[in-house]
Design a protein around this ligand. Structure first.
Ligand code: 13P
Ligand code: SF4
Length: 359
């Protein structure tokens, strides 16, 4: 049951909350690690020990053996992955347990299992390796681990594809059809070789012939924050700001990605902005809190959100407040933890460890 944040924290100012967090950090020292994804609010990111993309943060979680408590300011699948990769003695927390990822929810394990069964029935499962994006539930990660498969993030998707194609004829990718398609295109796969399968439309609509021919089967799923960017947004900024650099996340659709100057994970985007010279004009196609933090960090560059229209906020990332964080770090012994079931953990860890290996 999600505990409501007590008045002590709800009524405190940001300065007071920051003070609670600083005190807890100095009391616990290395026993506590605070991780924050790049999409966290500025004030939450500022309190964290590490700010990163989902790959870096999962790697950091797996390396912070000295920390008894890992507090992950992000969304549910990220904290789950930290729990899977950490030791049994370490405790993992998601300061706002309601922070999920709607895209991860688009690949329910029951549907994936039924789809795989269909591949078995038509005789292609044996030639296929499943690969799941990090944005997925622990059960789906375990499913991949059990079938020679692995996990990737947007920063190592190409390496993960290579890993699969060295071992199998076909790759089944979940749950982001856009990252999946973009990675396939960049590796030279044609539309004929890729097939987006909407399993939920019902068995009668399943195109068995397409499934048999596809080298890459993409599960139908998307991120509503990134699919709001459209190709005309890129055209508009190019017209209005000659010389503008456009950098986007690979969860955007291909028609946006192909018009951009650069595409990559949140870490890639941050590095790309850091490297631009003073005076550079940069339009960014990703979540607004990352963009605002970058604008704050580089007052000498003109940094803005690509669409000028949709305000690409990830409501789930935004759920974590400074009050949630202060409440968590001051009550580590009583706050709910993120605990993945042991049986699922074992197979999910196999898939995640393969991910850490192929980067
Ligand atoms: P990164 O792996 O690039 O941090 O992206 C995670 C994510 O959820 C993007 O929407
Ligand atoms: Fe999920 Fe999209 Fe939010 Fe990333 S930005 S956590 S993919 S909903």
């Amino acid at each position: 049951m999600y505990k409501v944040v007590p008045d002590k924290y709800r009524e405190a100012t940001n300065e007071e909350l920051a003070q609670f967090i600083v005190e807890a950090k100095s009391r616990l020292g290395e026993r506590l690690t605070l991780l924050a994804h790049h999409y966290q609010r500025l004030e939450v990111a500022q309190m964290s020990d590490f700010v990163g993309d989902s790959y870096e943060l999962s790697k950091t979680a797996s390396q912070r053996k000295q920390s008894e408590y890992i507090v992950f300011c992000g969304v549910h699948f990220m904290a789950e992955s930290a729990d899977i990769l950490s030791t049994d003695e370490q405790k993992v927390y998601l300061p706002n347990p309601l922070a999920g990822c709607p895209m991860a929810d688009m690949a329910a394990i029951e549907d994936v299992t039924a789809a795989w069964q269909m591949l078995e029935e038509i005789g292609i499962a044996g030639k296929t390796i499943p690969l799941s994006y990090m944005n997925s539930a622990a059960e789906l990660k375990a499913f991949c681990g059990q079938r020679e498969g692995l996990i990737c993030t947007s920063s190592n998707a190409a390496a993960a594809y290579k890993y699969v194609y060295e071992r199998a004829e076909k790759l089944f990718f979940f749950p982001d059809e856009n990252l999946g398609y973009n990675t396939g295109r960049n590796m030279g796969l044609t539309d004929e070789e890729m097939f987006t399968w909407d399993f939920r439309t019902g068995e009668e609509n399943i195109d068995v012939d397409r499934l048999r021919r596809a080298k890459l089967i993409l599960w139908r799923g998307h991120c509503h924050v990134h699919t709001n960017f459209k190709p005309f947004h890129v055209e508009q900024v190019r017209e209005k700001f000659p010389g503008v650099k456009v950098v986007v996340h690979p969860e955007c659709t291909w028609d946006v990605v192909e018009k951009a100057d650069a595409v990559g994970s949140t870490k890639f985007i941050v590095n790309y902005i850091d490297k631009q010279p003073p005076g550079a004009i940069i339009a960014i196609g990703t979540e607004i809190n990352l963009i605002n933090r970058m604008a704050h960090r580089h007052p000498d560059k003109k940094i803005f959100e690509l669409s000028g229209q949709t305000c690409p906020v990830c409501a789930n990332m935004y759920r974590t407040t400074l009050a949630d964080l202060a409440f968590t770090v001051e009550n580590l012994e009583t706050r709910d933890r993120i605990e993945v079931d042991e049986a699922i953990k074992t197979d999910a860890r196999i898939a995640l460890n393969r991910m850490l290996m192929v980067h």
